[in-house]
Ligand binder design. Structure first.
Ligand SMILES: [Zn+2]
Length: 234
């Protein structure tokens, strides 16, 4: 079933209206929408370095943009999930290259047609039925096991033209810089909260003789240490 609960906490705040930057947007990315979880061709721009605006190639009206603010993020996990929503644009497969789409491969494919808007979701190629055909038209059939979207968990048939190859690699530096800014802000927030912690053994020096070292107070800053664990972005 169609399911969007997993990322509901990343939903952008209701209609923020930061100003648009004047430079043109380069539509060279794929973005996994927080609204329907589908992948769309998109470009990004940064508004005053506080917001990241995602513009959809085929939905150019500003009202369709997804806008993220630095203040939307409070944990490293949220940043990581956000970062994974971007990747280089996936590529269609040439008719002569249909054997590139092998069993077991993860692909991005047309999941459904909604209001004439193609919506793409990730799927694993479960099986391939190759057929002899001319270079002009692929007659092979692909069985896709959907990883998300309306058909999640099911296997459906697809043709080559429904399938794009996923590209890995660096994404637009605007996204990278935005995530860096969020991380810096979280670090500052974390550092400032350390000063508010009271060491557990604040009275330790009273019971310590003059011969013992007191250069290592037993203050506990475990709150902030634990929040930084498991952080593996970039
Ligand atoms: Zn073929």
């Amino acid at each position: 079933m169609f399911e969007t609960k997993r990322h509901h906490h990343l939903k952008p705040p209701p209609p923020p209206t930061p100003p648009m930057t004047s430079h043109s947007v380069n539509y060279n990315l794929q973005f996994r929408s927080t609204k329907d979880d589908a992948w769309y061709k998109c470009g990004v721009s940064s508004d005053l370095k506080i917001h990241l605006r995602v513009k959809f190639k085929n939905l150019v009206q500003t009202s369709n943009d997804e806008v993220f603010s630095i203040s939307d993020f409070s944990t490293n996990d949220q940043i990581e999930i956000f970062r994974r929503r971007f990747r280089p644009e996936s590529e269609p497969v040439g008719v002569n290259e249909c054997r590139k789409v092998a069993e077991g491969a993860m692909v991005c494919a047309v999941g459904c047609l909604d209001d004439k808007q193609l919506r793409y979701f990730d799927a694993i190629v479960d099986a391939v039925c190759h057929k002899e055909h001319t270079p002009e038209k692929c007659l092979c059939t692909y069985f896709l096991f959907w990883q998300h979207g309306p058909e999640e968990g099911t296997i459906t048939e697809a043709n080559l033209e429904d399938i794009h190859l996923i590209k890995r690699g660096p994404v637009d530096p605007t996204v990278v810089n935005f995530t860096k800014l969020i991380k810096e802000k979280l670090k500052v927030k974390s550092a400032s909260s350390e000063f508010t912690l009271i060491p557990k053994n604040i009275n330790m020096s009273k019971d310590t003789s003059s011969n013992e070292t007191i250069t290592k107070p037993q203050a506990s800053f475990s709150v902030n240490v634990s929040s930084c664990c498991g952080f593996h972005i970039l």
